[in-house]
Write a protein that binds this ligand. Sequence first.
Ligand SMILES: [Zn+2]
Length: 344
Amino acid sequence: MNKMIENLKINDGKSIVHLNKAQNKFRIELNHKIKTNEYAFEGVSCAICGENSFNRIASKDRYGFYSPVSICENCGLVQLNPRMNSESYSKFYQYEYYPLYFGKSTFTEETFIWQYFRGKKIFDIISNRLGRSLKSSFVLDVGCGPGGILKYFKEKGNSVLGFELDKKSIEFGNSRGIDITDESFGKFEKTADLIICCHVLEHLLDPVSYLNEIREKLKKDGLFYVEIPLLENINREYFGEIAKCFQNAHVYYFTKVSLENLARKSGFRIVWGENLAYSLWFKCDKDEQYVNDFKNVNFLIDSYSGKARILLSRGKVINSLSLFLRKIGVELFLKRIYFWIKTR
Ligand SMILES: [Zn+2]
């Protein structure tokens, strides 16, 4: 077994990521709520195959929270099991998620700018890769944060609407002229040409039901854009340090294969993907058949132990540089230039 994962087998309650004082306060509070059962856990069946046989590979996440990362022995889907129940997750997102994960109480200008350039990237992918014209389309972003992605689509002549629960993000987006609602997406009755879903699927307790709702609200030839962290991309996102990708907010850890299993089961076909971390989906008939990913996922997880050392030093350099730039007050300015160049 991967040594980095081995260290997560026993839950000693310690964080393996650096947190500031404010983040640590929320970490301690959340840990207390978990230990005293104020936030309750539930065992579940696998979201893809419905079976109940799991191989647990970790007991804690990067913050030191009880987070049993388990692999379904039947289909290979990696998921938290047991996991916090729906009521507990709602409270967690209301009280601890933003201050703990981002060190601030809500999204900021920096997020909005990052999203705006992400919007350009999505727009270009659809126009260039699929040759699909996007003008006068109706675009929804579900879990849109402050709405930066929609800002770009609006500027390109589309009608846009965002769904978001965080009140401060809604206010921020509205102040920039973006329509964002906290109404339930499930109760929304119109259909859209494009639905965007960035870094949401991995947080959901029931991704199949959610995708069914997306499917209902998508026009017949509509497009669904999905962005998601994949286990294959750990080198890029966590510099090979797999233990740091485990976090209690992520209920699922998809691979290319398990994401395609989920898409098929929910009535979608993935038509384009950049390592599937960014992907475009079309509606199709539902198909319950899945590809068994168990061997592949075990191989993938084990494979990170050897590569980590070299990648870690690169990661440390980048993190220190970022911290230095923040201290001298030019980080945001340089990031804007970086995003602009990256998305050109
Ligand atoms: Zn399964």
